[in-house]
Ligand binder design. Structure first.
Ligand SMILES: [Zn+2]
Length: 103
């Protein structure tokens, strides 16, 4: 069954390479990259941090700590997580979708 494109759950090697490429750009290039999504500072006001708040989001490739699967935490999902779900700013994706739903 084909997976919906752009969910980041079953990224192709090409998608992973593209996301890693963006992460390796310098901060200005990353911020202005077409895949970067602007953060909304008003929606991040709930976050208490000594560090700086994100100005934008880019896709984050990561390796599941449980099963070792490579997935991408999409910029759109990060925006939703921090701004709508009010997630903690230090929270990062550490487990793949399958491992999270098994819990
Ligand atoms: Zn996993």
């Amino acid at each position: 069954m084909p997976t919906k494109p752009g969910t980041g759950r079953n990224p192709s090697a090409k998608q992973l390479r593209a996301a890693e490429h963006v992460l390796n750009l310098n901060p200005l290039q990353r911020k202005t990259h077409p895949s970067a999504i602007q953060a909304d500072p008003n929606k991040l006001a709930h976050i208490n941090t000594y560090g700086s708040l994100p100005e934008y989001y880019v896709d984050q490739p990561f390796t599941c700590r449980k099963c070792g699967k490579r997935e991408i935490w999409k910029a759109t999902d990060q925006k939703w997580y921090y701004e709508e779900a009010r997630g903690h700013i230090d929270a990062k994706a550490v487990e793949c979708h399958d491992c999270r739903t098994k819990k």
